[in-house]
Design a binder for this molecule. Structure first.
Ligand code: ZN
Length: 213
């Protein structure tokens, strides 16, 4: 077990007093077991919010039931008769859960969160800092192929190639994080961002084919 994991385990066990009844509230529990009052969201990362250890390998399908269950319990209808403080807390809990679920669901955001957790500087979105010549070449070639694609078969070919590249990239990211090799993970995450963009462009071409000259 790494030091990071141990730290997050300790974090899980943190017990704080309930703001309403001062009873003990453990971990990232949404509600006080003593008085039932909704609690403020803890300042934890997206993984800890859902009781997970930081890892790239999140099975989002198995997380969905928990997420929907928590969102149901925080539904505004359930707080109509409560005071303004509980209404506000339920809203900020719901917002935190939503934001963190989106982070876990999206591989690029999940990888970025893990890199930041590890103290690794991540270049902000849209920042043109592709210093990797191999990646730059790959992106240029794929763009060129897409620009030159004439038939729907051409586009379908590029689409399945992009899909395969993304699958490979995701597998490599998983291994890089498992090995705690954050430099490699950072590079792969940049590649994944480009592949996601490329996939969007391929889809756009699919539904709006190039006008015939
Ligand atoms: Zn309480």
């Amino acid at each position: 077990m790494t030091a990071e994991q141990e730290k997050s385990e300790i974090h899980f066990a943190d017990v704080l007093p309930c703001w309403s009844c001062k009873g003990p509230v453990g971990g990232t529990a949404l509600f006080c077991e003593t008085c039932g009052a909704v609690q403020p969201p803890r300042p934890v990362d997206a993984f800890a919010r859902f009781g997970l250890k930081p890892s790239f390998d999140v099975e989002i399908g198995s997380l969905e039931p928990l997420y929907f269950n928590l969102q149901r319990r925080l539904h505004p209808d359930r707080f109509v008769s409560k005071g303004p403080k509980e209404r506000a807390l339920s809203q900020s809990q719901a917002a935190s859960l939503n934001k963190d679920f989106e982070t876990l669901k999206d591989p690029v955001r999940r990888a970025t969160a893990l890199l930041e957790n590890g103290g690794h500087l991540v270049h902000p979105e849209g920042c043109n800092t592709v210093s990797d010549p191999v990646l730059l070449m790959e992106v240029m070639e794929m763009r060129e192929a897409l620009g030159e694609a004439e038939t729907s078969e051409d586009i379908a070919g590029i689409e399945s190639q992009t899909r395969r590249d993304m699958d490979d990239c995701l597998k490599e990211l998983s291994s890089a994080f498992a090995a705690n090799d954050l430099d490699v993970a950072d590079r792969l995450n940049t590649r994944l961002k480009y592949l996601v963009k490329l996939e969007d462009e391929v889809r756009a071409r699919k539904f709006a084919p190039k006008a015939m000259a």
